[in-house]
Design a protein around this ligand. Structure first.
Ligand code: PHE
Ligand code: ZN
Length: 891
């Protein structure tokens, strides 16, 4: 492979409709031990002016060997076509409609990229999004080519008793030599990225769902025999999501069969292939003894997510890959709403916002910053990002904030009415929302084209004389010279965007102030202000006393907001009285951020962490004033990545020490409360595990409290943790106790506990992922050597993406070891990227993400990280995936 910069760079502005369409395709897969033959027969239609005869280009890839090409049943003479590794060109296709047959040979067992057709644990499966279908056969691999598929699969009957593809089973039978076949027909047109095939030795669990119109749908989950007892929760989640989509969006399932297959080797979380979803097994398999509350929550969300794609993604799909957020942002929004309805809505919102701010804001602030609708890419795989997904979902939520729930639903209805069966753009979505509500939403369009996180500052002024309260918004950071939005690569200047600010005002007694804008009607106690200009003010009338504003309720827009002059008293007032639970939590969170930044600044000056004795008084107040499900969050310290936004050239180890100091302070000052929290929220002897919002909140608080207590380094606490670890009756408590032991320094107990855990779960690769991640992320100095050793451990498999994510990304999360001053952590990750790039480009490029934030760190670390990026860049034979991220980072 060449090291020169890739020449194939796709750009949004270059979009042209396909010159041909594929009306239908018949695929015949002859699966073999080493070689698989794929016979594809396509009905091709011209999609160009009758006077033209443009060449037909079918995408391919170097691992696909062309065996035969026929046009209308006749072998095509060699001079009529050209094969390169990038594809197959028919120089002068016939005029009008014609039949094109292409035969190819593949080696799925040698395919470690996990794209196209590959094997996992001896079973065959496919992954075609975004551009994997071209790894199976030559095809117009673009989402605006939507065809009807018929798929025949033939394989050895003993090795592959189960043969699945999209749509309905229309035929099956025996074939020669102990082989058998099935034939599947998908009645819905689809782009090839939604094609799927699974063949192997799998067990199945079945259930049924009766749709709102009374049709019965067979639901089947397939796993290896060993895992089939762990699919009940995923099945229940599927049924709940089917019902929810009917109730909330009026969307009914459209086939009589819905299949889910769990595979261990999968690059991503899961894939929404039409009626044959393929899942990373960690997002299907769960029982209380092997999966944590977090795992259960993720399974529910992802099962919902993939199911919801049937309408938002499959029935209405994307015109081109730049529109990815059209299906992903919308579907993440839908899965978040589903999870919120199934669990505690405020808790889910806090979790989603934390993730967005800790990770997506960082992406927006780095070398890979891109709009939710990117404008160009080298490898599309690199754009399955937090920005496209998570920020994309926040942009969908903006429509909801502006139009209200009912208006949003009207827009969705019109979107499906107009575009069912089509491949469309984000502009089409915006137009449907606008037209359904008779609103001009063009002010939202900028959210699709501008990268970066807008900064919103607010100044307030109360006039006792005329009882008015004025809010002045500026879409700018501090200082007049600063731009509206910080520049991002390729976008030096930015325009203001529409920011819906959901808000209320709290009176000094904590009551809600009735809202009335100057010259307007009474608005009740909550309003959504539409901030659209660089500077804009809103004047409220009839405000009897100076209020405390509660702004951006529910995090109504993905922005950095600064409220000028906001005091700790204001924050404590919000914490005590706000009716918006998100903002109550946010008030405590802002206090914690202020405290940590102050501690960091003091430590930086005095070279001594906590030297001035700054304690956690504010946090102690927060803990006292927050109740229920929020208590666990209330004592969670903000992520370092969120803090670093305002700390230039941060020293990650110093920040870590500040966190440790504050944790110990809080643990000491809150010790009686924390011990009470453990006692009050402990499970009763013999209590059954339940995945409910209430039970999860109790476990979360108990385990959070134990984590704090562990920081005290008290032998009594360590003893208690060991006892809890041994006696745990569910994985949530078991892994948390182990993590707390690690936190407590563990002493001699830790190695034995780790060994015990390994022996207990030796046969459970998913549980061992937690074991790997826990050790990899340890902050014990010099741990890099232990992580290198773990690479040789039988629990680790370098060809398995989950293994790599646990071990390597787990390691990169350790401030002490990844950011070790001698550069040993960086060097290790550099080694990892280069080793993995020979196995799996997508996994390798995800590892590079550990380096992309290097500009946030101090000079020495920047130099060390940059040196690793340069070393990767200088390596022969780099994949396009890694090249794209490394080269953009070094710019
Ligand atoms: N489309 C999948 C989802 O979000 C994600 C995915 C992308 C999976 C690419 C595999 C490959 O549900
Ligand atoms: Zn998705």
């Amino acid at each position: 492979m060449p090291t020169s910069p890739p020449t194939l760079r796709a750009a949004l502005q270059d979009y042209t409709p396909p010159p041909y369409l594929i009306d239908s395709v018949h695929l015949n897969f002859l699966l073999g031990d080493t070689v698989t033959r794929v016979e594809s027969c396509m009905q091709v239609l011209p999609n160009h002016a009758a006077s033209e005869r443009p060449p037909l280009f079918l995408h391919g890839c170097e691992d696909v060997k062309l065996v035969a090409v026929k046009v209308n049943g006749e072998s095509l003479p060699v001079e009529q076509y050209e094969v390169e590794s990038s594809g197959l060109t028919l120089k002068t296709p016939p005029a009008g409609a014609f039949e094109l047959e292409v035969h190819t040979d593949l080696h799925p067992d040698q395919n470690t990229s996990l794209e196209g057709l590959y094997t996992s644990g001896g079973n065959f499966c496919t992954q075609c999004e975004a551009e994997g279908f071209r790894g199976i056969t030559f095809f117009m691999d673009r989402p605006d080519v939507m065809a009807k598929y018929t798929t025949r699969i033939e394989a050895d009957k003993a090795a592959c008793p189960v043969l699945l593809s999209n749509g309905n089973l229309v035929g099956s039978g025996e074939a020669e030599g102990g082989r058998h076949f099935t034939v599947w027909e998908d009645p819905f047109r689809k782009p090839c990225y939604l094609f799927a095939l699974v063949a192997g030795d799998l067990c199945m669990k079945e259930d049924t769902f009766t749709t709102c119109s009374g049709r019965s749908v067979a639901l089947r989950i397939f796993t290896r025999a060993h895992d089939i007892g762990r699919v009940d929760f995923a099945m229940q989640s599927l049924k709940r999501s089917m019902k929810w989509d009917e109730e909330v969006f009026g969307l009914e399932y459209d086939l009589d069969l819905f299949n889910i297959v769990a595979v261990d080797d999968f690059n991503m979380g899961a894939m929404e292939n039409k009626s044959l979803n393929i899942f990373n097994s960690r997002l299907v398999l769960a029982t209380p003894d092997t999966a944590t509350d977090g795992d259960f929550g993720r399974i529910e969300g992802v099962v919902g997510h993939e199911y919801f794609h049937n309408w938002t993604g499959n029935r209405v799909t994307c015109r081109d890959w730049f529109q990815l957020t059209l299906k992903e942002g919308l579907t993440v929004y839908r899965d978040q709403e589903f999870s919120a309805d199934m669990n505690s809505r405020p808790v889910r919102r806090v979790e989603d916002v934390c993730r967005l701010r800790a990770a997506q804001f960082q992406e927006d602030n780095g070398p890979m910053a891109h709009p939710i609708r990117p404008e160009s890419y080298i490898k599309m795989d690199n754009f399955y990002t937090l920005t496209v997904y998570e920020k994309g979902a926040e942009v969908i939520r903006l429509y909801e904030a502006v139009l209200g729930k009912a208006g949003f639903r009207k827009g969705m209805d019109l979107y499906f009415q107009r575009h069912d069966g089509q491949a469309v753009t984000c502009d089409d979505f915006l137009a449907a929302m606008a037209d359904a509500n008779g609103e001009d939403l063009s002010a939202l369009a900028k959210w699709y084209s501008q990268a970066g996180t807008p900064r919103l500052s607010v100044a307030a002024e109360y006039s006792p004389a005329d009882k008015t309260y004025t809010l002045r918004f500026k879409q700018a950071s501090c200082g007049a010279r600063r731009l509206l939005l910080p520049p991002t690569p390729g976008q030096p200047t930015k325009d203001p965007v529409l920011i819906p600010v959901r808000m209320g005002l709290l009176a000094p007694d904590g009551g809600e102030v009735p809202l009335k804008l100057r010259g307007g009607e009474m608005l009740g106690s909550e309003a959504v202000l539409r901030v659209t200009k660089a500077e804009q003010e809103f004047v409220f009338e009839g405000v009897e006393q100076a209020p405390v504003p509660s702004l951006l309720r529910g995090f109504s827009a993905p922005v950095h907001m600064t409220v000028e002059g906001q005091s700790d008293e204001d924050l404590l007032h919000l914490l005590a009285h706000d009716t918006d639970s998100f903002n109550r939590w946010e008030a405590g969170h802002v206090l914690a951020k202020k405290l940590m930044r102050a501690l960091y600044a003091a430590a930086k000056d005095s070279n001594e962490v906590g030297g001035r004795g700054l304690g956690g008084t504010g946090m102690v107040c927060v803990y006292a004033r927050v109740d229920g499900a929020f208590k666990a969050f209330a004592i969670s310290l903000p992520e370092n990545s969120e803090l670093m936004d305002k700390i230039p050239e941060a020293d990650p180890i110093l920040l870590h020490e500040v966190r440790e100091f504050l944790t110990r302070q809080l643990a000491a000052r809150l010790r009686p409360e924390l011990e009470a929290a453990v006692a009050e929220n402990d499970s009763a002897p013999g209590e059954q595990y339940e995945f409910t919002a209430a039970a999860c909140a109790r476990r979360a608080l108990k385990n959070k409290a134990l984590g704090y207590l562990a920081a005290l380094g008290d032998p009594g606490v360590t003893e208690q943790l060991l006892h809890r670890f041994r006696g745990a009756t569910n994985m949530t408590d078991e892994i948390n106790a182990l993590a707390a032991l690690d936190r407590a320094g563990g002493g001699s107990a830790l190695p034995a506990a780790l060994t015990g855990f390994y022996q207990k779960w030796e046969q459970e690769p998913l549980v061992l992922l937690k074991w790997l991640a826990l050790q990899a992320g340890s902050n014990v100095a010099g741990n890099v050597a232990a992580v290198r050793r773990l690479m040789a451990h039988p629990a680790f498999h370098i060809t398995n993406p989950n293994s790599c994510y646990s071990l390597f990304l787990g390691f990169a999360r350790s401030p002490v070891n990844f950011h070790a001053a001698d550069g040993s952590g960086y060097e290790f990750m550099g080694d990892v990227v280069l080793q993995l790039d020979k196995i799996n480009h997508q996994v390798a490029s995800r590892m590079v993400s550990a380096f992309t934030t290097f500009k946030n760190y101090d000079q020495q670390r920047q130099a060390l990280m940059r040196a690793q990026l340069q070393r990767i860049m200088d390596t022969e034979g780099l994949s396009d995936n890694v090249f794209e991220i490394v080269s953009k980072s070094l710019k």
